[in-house]
Write a protein that binds this ligand. Structure first.
Ligand SMILES: [Mn+2]
Length: 455
């Protein structure tokens, strides 16, 4: 028996604190009512459903994982109130589907001011909208939810002749929450660290299990088994396990391909734990020993990642790791002869012209949190030269750092590098002086990987 790495008892305080933060922002904008629904259950096929996963915004504010639930916040300078709509107790359904909190217990467990039956949502909402100046809700995200909002707003407007007023402006509640979720609180950082550790253990297991002649899906199974044994029932996204040339297909999935002696294997996989995502990529030799060509490409990507990691700190630009990695990778392309100096010119020329994109066509990272590609903007728009104005990193932001190099066969490229695809990805919490990597329980250095695979 393994023990889950981090199973803290549920505590409503972090969620209550986040609701208060959101309400303070609402008041700053003039005050009003916010409505945040959770996700709907989704049919997979016929009467089989996907496992339910709550909406990330809703979960962030409540901690509740049941479907059919909506959080309402009323925030004016005079009064603040949280109301949770959730399913009523239903002993018959609970025999089939499991426990439901019901409003009475939900109010206590989730620490809201009031909890009401989900079946009363529309009727209650049309009354709650009365005399609120601003409405904070999802904006044109989901047709069913948009229709509900239109219906309750219409009935609130219909009551104006009785002397009440209806909200006169709509704010995107997700835009406020995107900014808030971008900087993780201490509670979230702990879940992210746990997700990082569990993800790393899955990668360790796959590396150690890898043998030539296995299928890509065999390694995926090792990873998912490890995640589940550590208490993460889901992967944060569909795992990429790519043998040989498949590593050069960026969104490849683990498939039935054989893992061949002498090839590399690229695995991009992460666990979802407590609804927080891990996101790790490692590239290693299937037979446990890098060839000279593989080693040469790998060393360039690893140096790019190390330089990118060193560029992360509070106050740096979001683009610093990407710009740093791109420079190291481009220099490596020239050194390896992937790019011809006679044709593309200097490093600066190759960056300026975008020549490096033949081998490095994605960016170096993204926010990560409750969603693997987490919410939050990356720039505040474009400057006069139409270049993005990247935002500054601050303490508590969490991002991935994932440079790569992908060499497709081409007459203009030395044949020894054909079909080599390498990416190395870790997750980083931004700190005042630098960053904390949460995913380094699985090694990146060539010697460490080769040593690990020998045993
Ligand atoms: Mn990623």
């Amino acid at each position: 028996m393994t023990t889950p790495l981090h199973l803290a008892p549920f505590s409503p305080e972090p969620h209550a604190h986040r609701r208060n933060q959101l309400m303070a922002k609402m008041i700053g904008l003039g005050g009003g009512i916010a409505i945040v629904p959770t996700a709907s259950e989704a049919v997979r096929n016929r009467d089989a459903y996907y496992d339910f996963r709550p909406d990330s915004y809703f979960y962030y504010l409540t901690g509740l994982v049941e479907p059919e639930a909506v959080l309402v916040l009323i925030a004016t300078p005079e009064s603040q109130k949280s109301i949770l709509f959730c399913r009523e107790k239903n002993l018959e359904r609970e025999i089939w589907d499991g426990h439901r909190y019901g409003p009475e217990l939900a109010q206590k467990v989730f620490g809201v001011d009031q909890a009401l039956p989900f079946s009363e949502l529309k009727q209650q909402l049309s009354q709650l909208l009365a005399n609120q100046r601003l409405l904070f809700a999802p904006m044109l995200e989901n047709p069913t939810w948009d229709a509900t909002l239109r219906e309750v707003l219409a009935s609130a407007r219909a009551a104006v002749r009785t002397g009440v007023s209806a909200p006169h402006a709509l704010h995107d509640v997700y835009a406020l929450l995107d900014e808030q979720r971008l900087v993780k609180d201490a509670h979230e950082l702990n879940w992210l660290r746990a997700a990082g550790r569990i993800s790393a253990k899955g990668h360790l297991r796959a590396m150690q299990a890898c043998r030539a002649g296995m299928h890509e899906t065999d390694l995926e199974a090792e990873i998912l088994y490890s995640f589940a044994r550590d208490g993460a029932q889901h992967a944060a996204y569909s795992s990429i396990v790519a043998g040989g040339a498949n590593a050069c297909i960026l969104h490849y999935r683990a498939g039935s391909a054989l893992l061949n002696d002498g090839d590399l294997c690229l695995i991009d996989a992460g666990a979802e734990y407590g609804l927080y995502a891990g996101d790790i990529t490692r590239t290693f030799p299937i037979n446990g020993k890098f060839t000279a060509a593989q080693r040469a490409v790998y060393e360039v990507v690893l140096s790019a990642q190390e330089a990118a990691i060193a560029s992360v700190r509070a106050g740096a630009s979001f683009s610093a790791p990407h710009d740093t990695a791109t420079r190291v990778l481009t220099q490596g392309m020239l050194d390896l002869g992937l790019l011809d100096k006679q044709v593309v010119g200097s490093v600066d020329d190759a960056i300026e012209s975008g020549a490096y994109r033949q081998f490095y066509m994605h960016r170096t990272g993204h926010w990560i949190g409750l969603d693997v590609h987490d919410c939050g903007t990356y720039s505040s728009g474009l400057d006069a030269a139409q270049k993005p104005v990247w935002r500054q990193l601050t303490e508590g932001m969490v991002l991935t750092i994932e440079p790569g190099l992908y060499v497709r066969p081409s007459d203009k490229v030395p044949e020894q590098f054909w079909n080599i695809g390498v990416r190395i990805e870790d997750d980083a919490i931004v700190t005042a002086q630098g960053c904390e990597l949460t995913t380094r329980d699985v090694p990146v250095a060539i010697n460490d990987i080769e040593h690990l695979m020998k045993h």
